[in-house]
Design a protein around this ligand. Sequence first.
Ligand code: GLN
Length: 198
Amino acid sequence: MTIVGVLALQGDFPEHRAAFAKVVGPNGVQLIRTARELAKVDALVLPGGESTAISELLDKGGLRVALTERIGRGLPVLGTCAGLIVLAQRLETSSGGRDPVSLGALDVTVRRNDYGRQRESFEAPVRVEGLRGPKFPGVFIRAPRILEVGRAVQPFAWRDEEVVGVRAGAIWGLTFHPELSGDSRVAEAFLAENVPGA
Ligand code: GLN
């Protein structure tokens, strides 16, 4: 049976768990806090939240090394919002606060909080390549902006002309929160394309 792990150190991991449970069933989703738990998953979600806190907790819990190794061996990873920031190779300095230490798994440059503060959070339709039906309801909460995309990285989601989703093989990064939209199509596509037998 396929197990989708949701990194549960900080952020909106309960919402991701609920969203993936709709796709793979409640027993197919596990919250991940240790390297031992990580070893059992077929795919991993890095949730939205506070990227600096997530990054610090990766170090505290001794997960960073194990996670970097598994990603290096091809673990499919879906990072949303703060999760994308933690994956991004380059962070352009954001205003205020410390920046997280990246896992360096996705060759993009992002800037945190680039649409402004909490009250500038918004919803907007997103065109996601490969999804059938209407545009995806994009929920953007203190979202980062993707400023540069490396050669091996493909944009696959856009809000108007702006890139809001990228992928490099099985590493997917989104600036929005599909888990808060009630729409399972992104979760389904992530598993269908990256996790054989899911
Ligand atoms: N602003 C947060 C950060 O920089 C990300 C926000 C989110 O995940 N919704 O980490």
